[in-house]
Design a protein around this ligand. Structure first.
Ligand code: COA
Length: 338
């Protein structure tokens, strides 16, 4: 714990880890009634990654974290806070962040999970930023990691959701900016729990006895798999994304024309195209990679950020906005002067 007040934080390093095993739309057509054409037309997804040998989200998160630490030029001994955003924790409890701390070989530093689905990474980032600026930590590891493939109904019954999600992890190291002109300008977080049932995974549930039953696994619309009112989610997403991006820009007296790079959560290419249109932002400024990974929920933004840094779209001095919308409903944005 640093004790020192820090004005502004900055992302010092990023890393990713995705499974090698690529699952194409044609591969899915073998196990369910779907088609490459349907999936590409509705979602923009061509392929996603699924783990081959079973492992938990922390295994991918660990690999991403090591890459982020190396990119930041820091060692694990420099980290004094771990946040792990996931909707697919290795086990129900204890937290994946605690399991990750064991993998990293650290003891005694705080480690907590953030369970906010597609907005989870931005909620975790905002929390780490606040704790660092309050002097409660100096360098935080913020990880988004998901293993969806072991929890999807990959039959025709579950096809609406099953084709969308993929496995992956991304991580960042957040620390003092050291330059008042650079870093995280602000985060904006929102939630509206009345829409929880529009996109959810209901079982195993503490409000039911037993928490999971045979019917949850075997019924027509089983509660043990993610369920989604796709059109409803879509409509809310295309409204909330522009709203929360405008909110971040307005907080600093900026407008869309000032924005150099927009990195939206990768839920659906059509959602991101609608958002770009509503914002009247040039498509070239919007980072999309859903075609290759599907929706990796809490991992999608750090994976896309890592790629945008690697290909030179995110560089020093650029105004970069990260934005997310997802289950809850929750939505969020984070604005950086990189
Ligand atoms: N392959 C083929 N057909 C499928 C399918 C699949 N993978 N999944 C669903 N269908 C079928 C449905 O059963 C339905 O059939 P019916 O008309 O006989 O009942 C039909 O396709 C629905 O088609 P359509 O109305 O054209 O779908 P859509 O335009 O609403 O698109 C989604 C469906 C899921 C792609 C879209 O609603 C969506 O992307 N929503 C947002 C999802 C999202 O972003 N989730 C994550 C949020 S963070």
């Amino acid at each position: 714990m640093s004790g020192e007040r820090i004005e502004r934080t900055r992302i010092l390093g990023v890393g990713t880890a995705t499974p090698d095993h690529v699952v194409t739309n044609d591969d899915l057509s073998v196990v369910m009634e779907t088609s490459d054409e349907w999936i590409q037309q509705r979602t923009g997804i061509r392929e996603r990654r699924h783990i081959e040998a079973d492992c938990g989200a922390t295994e991918l998160g660990h690999r991403a974290a090591l890459e982020a630490l190396a990119a930041a030029g820091l060692g694990i001994e420099d980290i004094d806070l771990i946040l792990f955003a996931t909707l697919s924790p290795d086990i129900d409890w204890p937290a994946s962040a605690a399991l990750l701390s064991a993998r990293l070989g650290v003891s005694r530093i705080p480690a907590l999970d953030v369970r906010n689905q597609c907005s989870g990474f931005l909620y975790a980032l905002a929390s780490a930023d606040a704790l660092i600026r309050a002097g409660r930590a100096r360098h935080a590891l913020v990880v988004g990691g998901e293993i969806h493939s072991t929890g999807l109904d990959l039959t025709t019954r579950g096809r609406e959701v099953g084709v969308i999600f993929g496995d992956g992890a991304g991580a960042v190291v957040l620390g003092p900016s050291g330059d008042p002109g650079r870093g995280l300008l602000s985060c904006h977080l929102h939630a509206q729990g009345k829409y929880a049932e529009k996109l959810w995974l209901e079982a195993a549930a503490s409000r039911k006895r037993p928490r999971i039953s045979r019917a949850d696994l075997e019924g027509d619309d089983p509660a043990a798999f993610p369920r989604m009112s796709g059109r409803y989610v879509f409509k809310h997403a295309v409204t909330r994304f522009p709203e929360v991006i405008h909110e971040a820009l307005a907080a600093h007296g900026l407008g869309v024309a000032d924005l150099d790079v927009l990195i939206p959560h990768q839920a659906n290419l059509r959602i991101n195209q609608f958002v770009a249109q509503a914002l009247e932002i040039d498509d070239a400024k919007v980072v999309n990679n859903i075609d290759r990974y599907g929706n990796t929920t809490a991992a999608s933004i750090p994976i896309a950020l890592c790629e945008a840094i690697a290909d030179g779209r995110v560089t020093e001095g650029r105004l970069v906005c990260l934005a997310a919308f997802g289950a809850g409903f929750t939505w969020a944005s984070a604005l950086f002067r990189w």
